[in-house]
Write a protein that binds this ligand. Structure first.
Ligand code: GLU
Length: 547
């Protein structure tokens, strides 16, 4: 068979460069010996999920803790799945979580010399290599139709054989020159397949950076490398791109582990040295008693938009994911509470081989803790960012008075106190939490534990005594002074020694006032709340609270 002639007939493009040229165009990167070059290679489907962030964080850390490069490549070989604006959305979403690319699609960088970073724009590179493989007799055209392939699969399934295009089932592998040209003349569509030289009798020992020693079976499938539309498959594009973009460490989901033998054979036949691989386990969650993979259909928390809409503190999400990536991160954080999380020594080898368990409650705890470390002004900025994007018109109006909100936040967060309060978990919840500081969103539920007479006597008594200038101790002595009139104990000690003698105690008096002023039985320091609300509003609420 004249494979040179065949290659020219199958890939007639006159303007392809000789494959060797690409070694010159995309030379080895200048980098320190241990510096890793990693990439995120999403399909532009518009759905960016927690697994992408998890993986991106592993990529970003592997690159940036070693002085390497982290780049973005868009795997857009499947036109049908493409969504407009998806690339910007990947970049924006990751940026929100503090993850930046050094290079790649839509990244303005002087480093962008390994592009184009969209696979569709790299068609000529792939075709040059496919052509070379055909010339070398290592790839061939396959004219099998969908129906023929299905029939083979059914036959294999019925005979309990491995399915696929290999060995005797690889019908087009042995087409004669005449048959091929007849098919071409008849205008039959074709794909290009690898002519595999592997055998399932052979095992390959392979070291995965996460899974450790893995033994895989050699590939014997004549996989498709170029589809009938002239666009490569993932397998082929992966080998060519990661070689010429000089990726040193491919971090990807474990669903690709089963394709590894194909990738190793492709690298061999192309004359490339394979990169190191790290196959990450899927993120899991507890569903009742069982552990299962996070699912796009069942779990809204898989989508990254979920975290932005709910107003998670981005650093908290990152730190929580870091605890899943490297289990010693948590201990390190406790020992170094004020250190920048980026100074932690991340190592891909420390990642867990089995699926990491994602627990929303734990994330909530981390989020509360991170928010509690902010100054009131920083917290305002964070909440205001969320309000600008997702808040109601009322939220926006409230947040236009920054100084008022900051005063509220100082109280809510316990700024200046012995220990910070951790009441704010997320922006959405935090913004709702302070609704009672504004009349238009103050929706009290007057769930008093006492009858009308007692409630009104307490409120009237306090209204008569109230002076907005009072400091905390005078304010509290006035609350205490209301107790005897309603048969309550003004001293806790007094109450504890003979509770049956009293209708309640001073804290029950305070609760009545609290319900009237805040609408809730629990709140931070009431005297301070009244000071923030001011005289007029406090008095109006005390009056409105009467039954
Ligand atoms: N485009 C592939 C995916 O989204 C990338 C896999 C890889 O990182 O190699 O699954």
């Amino acid at each position: 068979m004249d494979t040179i002639k065949l290659a020219a007939a199958l890939i007639p493009d006159g303007d392809l460069l000789p494959p060797e040229e690409y070694e010159r165009i995309y030379p080895e990167r200048e980098r320190a010996p241990k510096a890793e070059v990693t990439r995120l290679a999403p399909s532009p489907t518009g759905f960016i999920h927690l697994g992408n962030l998890y993986s991106a964080l592993a990529d970003e850390r592997s690159a940036h803790t070693t002085g390497g490069v982290f780049y973005l490549r868009i795997e857009d070989t499947d036109e049908k799945r493409k969504v407009d604006g998806a690339v910007e959305s990947v970049i924006r979403s990751l940026k929100y979580f503090g993850i930046d690319f050094d290079e790649g699609a839509e990244i303005a960088s002087p480093l962008n010399v390994y592009g184009p970073y969209y696979q569709r724009q790299r068609a000529k590179i792939y075709r040059a290599f496919v052509k070379r493989l055909i010339e070398q007799g290592r790839a061939y055209p396959c004219f099998c139709t969908e129906e023929q392939l299905n029939a083979v699969r059914e036959e294999q399934t019925a005979g309990k054989k491995t399915t696929g295009y290999y060995g005797a089932y690889a019908k087009c592998r042995n087409l004669s020159e005449t048959e091929i040209y007849d098919n071409l003349k008849a205008g039959k569509p074709y794909v290009i397949r690898l002519k595999s030289e592997g055998s399932i009798e052979n095992k390959i020992a392979f070291r995965d950076a996460i899974k450790g020693e893995v033994t895989v079976t050699e590939n014997d499938q004549d996989v498709v490398i170029l589809k009938s539309d002239g666009i490569p498959t993932y397998h082929f594009a992966h080998a060519v791109d990661d070689h010429f973009m000089r990726t040193t460490l491919v971090i990807r989901g474990e669903e690709w582990l089963s394709s590894l033998p194909v990738h190793l054979e492709l690298h061999k036949v192309l004359g490339f040295k394979p990169p190191r691989y790290a196959h990450t386990s899927s993120l899991m969650k507890m569903d009742g008693e069982t552990k299962r993979k996070l699912s796009k259909r069942k779990d809204p928390e898989l989508s990254l938009d979920y975290y932005r809409k709910a107003g998670y503190f981005p650093l908290a999400v990152v730190k929580y994911l870091m605890t899943l990536l490297n289990s010693d991160f948590e201990e390190w954080s406790l020992k170094n509470p004020d250190a920048d999380w980026r100074s932690f020594k991340f190592r891909i080898e420390k990642m867990s081989r089995s699926g990491a368990l994602f627990d929303l409650d734990k994330l909530n705890d981390v989020s509360k803790t991170e928010i509690s470390k902010l100054s009131a002004r920083e917290c305002y900025e964070f909440l205001n960012g969320w309000v600008t994007e997702f808040g109601t018109p009322q939220d926006k109006a409230h947040f236009s008075d920054a100084e008022y909100i900051i005063k509220v936040l100082e109280l809510i967060m316990g700024v200046g106190g012995k220990k910070r309060r951790k009441d704010i978990e997320r922006a959405e919840q935090g913004v709702a939490l302070i609704d009672y500081f504004f009349d238009d969103t103050f929706r009290p539920e007057y769930n008093y534990r006492y009858g009308k007479e007692i409630v009104n006597a307490v409120l009237d008594g306090f209204i008569a005594a109230y002076d907005p200038e009072d400091d905390n101790s005078v304010w509290f002595s006035k609350v205490k002074a209301l107790a005897p009139a309603v048969g309550f104990a003004s001293e806790m000690s007094e109450y504890k020694s003979a509770p049956e003698k009293f209708g309640g105690n001073v804290s029950d008096i305070a609760e009545i006032l609290r319900i009237a002023v805040t609408g809730m039985p629990n709140s931070p320091d009431l005297c301070t709340i009244m000071r923030i609300l001011g005289e007029e509003r406090s008095l109006a609420r005390l009056k409105a609270g009467k039954r």
